[in-house]
Design a protein around this ligand. Structure first.
Ligand code: 3H9
Length: 690
């Protein structure tokens, strides 16, 4: 039963019991059962008060996200139940532990009294799903607490502690007891309680605050913030009118591309941790101590990420000067966090106390996990892994941060290939959320599970890939870049391509990205590809720019000039080089629309992503999306390339790919067999996620 009820001392204790997060599920029968149980308690003459608590780890994680893909009108039942609770003639107390989020907090707001355990967190995170609090939150919260605080909580979606909730007047008391005991105690000491519906309050002064906030709202892909403000403004009027507006705008948002993309991202991120046949990450051995081999930018970044999770780390760097630089980088980064108020001085000190800088690889002998982050060269990697094989304790996980090399060949130089796994961090590793977890042919399932657990432990998003050149992310990025380069030949200039992709939502256009990352990296890869794949040539434009010694920001120029080291300024020299190159190829340059730029870049990503899924390099299409959302600046509101494929419709995708295939470089547009198969059978990539 998703709802349980026990009557104790004339108090009906109603428990939400719907693992894992007690979501107010319609399909799961939670909402109907809650409504019936509340109605029965209200009618029961032996009951004088009601208490609502959650079972297990939390009070309630909100409405069930799955319900938003179904009949939205059914969500009215959640609203009806909450209204019924608020209208109860008997007092209703919510006793929160764990979290009360979204609809969970709205349930508590419909109750007359709210208690929260001191370790609990409360929030209205709907905005991060492209939604607004749709079961009374936009109406009750600004009536209960200072409207500007209410707006800030809804626009940021952030979670606050019980103490903060008490301070702003959101709850009546912070408790230390178990939820039921806390509620019964509260009723005993404060009773008899009178019903105290928030809906009867007026929300004074909201109009001015809303206008002030609206003026500061930034235009973005997510329409939810503006709709939240519209609803809050309505809180100045009658409750029923505000609730009706809220329900209408909630439905509008739930059907928007942005919300569907953000919900896909939320669910996809959780799905990424599920690998068939693997023990749950939670049952995997926790990492107690880690080590990093290599004190370059990547090594120092990984060490910082480990320290940020309050784990000890040894950084091994044989070169004394480089070791000094790694230490300085770590200290400086922590000091900057202190300056910005993100970290206390004591916490920074504690982290530094957990850092050991060493010159000799033997210092990693006790580590549970050793991450190699040396130069991207097979011989260098082999040397490290041969040494680790002799030194690491039995059962230690040996990880490589390689982004391109064959992990199986690395593993083969140890006597324990089952313990070898790839952990491909993205730079800067202490900031970027994504880690591609590379499963070698011989990686032990328990080792893979432990790697997934470790990535979660350090607060990052892990996605499993199998061994191939470029894994998931960079393989797709190559096809994206290939189109960007051909677009330059066809008629576009760098600024137009970057602006078009940024206006569409990418954090940074492809050419600016290459200028930032360092063009020499791509140049090396292209040289290798010229030998390996002579039938798949790139445009020569990036090579010509590299031949001029222009590697991007680090050399002060690339596709653009960087007079201040960061801001791209158009360079007539490069624009002319591009025009000359087109002429040399005999290409009649034409006006390229922004739509064509976005379409070609995106279609190239979708096509390669589909290939990666069908080869089993990614377990499911949503894994590709999670990589793009967390590591490549793809806008979360657009859900990722695979999600975009479904949005466009795979038949349309295929038609467009074939259209471009008939133009130039047909070989680059060979449609992935999976796309053809799905399009022809009228199926979606999303169907493969389950
Ligand atoms: C809302 O409430 C709208 C209302 O205003 C209007 C209604 C009319 N629904 O994160 P975890 C699943 S919008 C369905 O790994 P944790 C999740 O997919 C909602 N499922 O655990 C995962 O499934 P699986 C507003 C949900 O302990 C499992 O639970 N609420 C929901 O690290 C465990 O999740 C939010 O935005 C849900 N609402 O964190 C809160 N939530 O095991 C979203 C979770 O199959 N949720 N699942 O992979 C969270 O922030 C975290 O999940 C939470 C637990 C903090 C609750």
């Amino acid at each position: 039963m998703p709802i349980r009820q026990v009557v104790t001392d004339r108090v009906a204790v109603i428990t939400l019991s719907h693992p894992p997060v007690n979501a107010l599920s319609i399909d799961g029968g939670v909402v109907a059962a809650l409504g019936e149980t509340v109605a029965a308690a209200q009618a029961d003459p032996t009951v004088s008060a009601l208490v609502i608590v959650g079972d297990g780890r939390m009070f309630c994680g909100g409405a069930d996200i799955m319900d938003f893909d179904r009949d939205l009108a059914a969500l009215d039942t959640v609203r009806d139940v909450l209204n019924r609770i608020e209208a109860s003639a008997k007092p209703v107390v919510a006793s929160i532990h764990g979290v009360a989020l979204g609809g969970g907090l709205e349930l508590a707001l419909a109750c007359h009294y709210r208690l929260a355990h001191r370790d609990s967190r409360l929030g209205l995170p709907e905005v991060s799903l492209g939604l607004l609090p749709g079961s009374g939150g936009t109406q009750r919260l600004p009536r209960l607490i200072d409207p500007s605080t209410a707006i800030e909580l809804m626009l940021s979606g952030r979670r606050i502690t019980a103490a903060q909730a008490l301070e702003v007047g959101l709850i009546d008391a912070v408790t230390e007891q178990a939820p039921i005991d806390a509620a019964l105690d509260f009723i005993r000491t404060h009773g008899p309680l009178a019903p105290r519906p928030i809906g009867r309050l007026t929300a004074d002064g909201v109009a001015a605050v809303v206008e002030e906030q609206r003026a500061t709202l930034r235009q973005g892909l997510n329409p939810a913030p503006a709709h939240i403000l519209t609803c809050v403004a309505a809180a100045a009027g009658p409750l029923d009118e505000g609730l009706a507006l809220e329900a209408r705008l909630f439905a509008e948002l739930a059907g928007s591309e942005a919300s569907r993309g953000l919900r896909h991202a939320f669910l996809g991120q959780r799905l990424a941790g599920r690998i068939p046949g693997l023990p749950a990450a939670t049952s995997a051995a926790k990492i107690g101590a880690a080590a990093v081999i290599g004190g370059g930018l990547m090594g120092a970044g990984i060490a910082l990420a480990v320290l940020d999770a309050d784990l000890p780390v040894v950084v091994v760097e044989p070169n004394e000067a480089a070791r000094g630089r790694a230490g300085a980088k770590i200290r400086d980064t922590l000091a900057r966090s202190v300056q910005k108020g993100r970290l206390t001085e004591a916490a920074a000190e504690a982290r530094l106390g957990r850092l050991t800088l060493a010159g000799d690889i033997s210092s990693v002998a006790d580590a549970d996990l050793i991450i190699e982050a040396v130069f991207e060269d097979m011989d260098a990697k082999r040397q490290v892994f041969t040494a680790l094989d002799a030194i690491a304790r039995p059962g230690a996980i040996l990880a490589s941060n390689t982004s391109t090399l064959d992990l199986d060949a690395v593993a083969a130089c140890t006597s324990r290939p089952g313990d070898v796994v790839g952990l491909h961090f993205f730079s800067p590793a202490n900031i970027m959320k994504l880690v591609e977890i590379v499963r070698g042919a011989k990686t032990d399932p328990a080792v893979l599970a432990a790697a997934l657990g470790f990535v979660k432990q350090i607060g990052k998003v892990g996605v499993v890939a199998s061994v191939c050149d470029g894994f998931i992310g960079n393989r797709i990025f190559e096809e994206y870049l290939r189109q960007a380069y051909f677009l330059l030949e066809d008629g576009a200039l760098p600024r137009q391509i970057d602006n078009a992709m940024e206006a569409w939502g990418m954090a940074m256009g492809p050419l600016r990205t290459m200028d930032m990352a360092g063009q020499d990296i791509g140049w090396n890869i292209r040289k290798r590809r010229a030998v390996e794949q002579p039938d798949r040539p790139y445009s020569r434009i990036p090579d010509l720019i590299c031949e001029m010694g222009r590697f991007g920001q680090k050399t002060g120029s690339g596709y653009y000039q960087y007079p201040d080291g960061r801001t791209p300024v158009d360079d007539p020299v490069i624009n002319q080089l591009i025009l000359d190159h087109s002429a040399e190829l005999g290409i009649q340059r034409r006006d390229i629309s922004d739509l064509e730029i976005v379409e070609r870049c995106l279609l190239a990503m979708i096509n390669e992503g589909a290939r990666i899924v069908s080869e089993g390099v990614a377990y499911r299409p949503s894994d590709v999306d999670i990589i793009y959302l967390n590591g490549y600046g793809f806008p979360a509101e657009r859900g990722g390339p695979m999600f975009q494929g479904d949005q466009m419709g795979l038949q349309t995708v295929l038609t467009k790919i074939r259209f471009y295939q008939d133009q130039r470089h047909g070989w680059a547009w060979e449609p992935a067999a999976l796309l053809v198969d799905l399009a022809e059978s009228d199926r979606r990539l999303g169907a493969l996620n389950a």
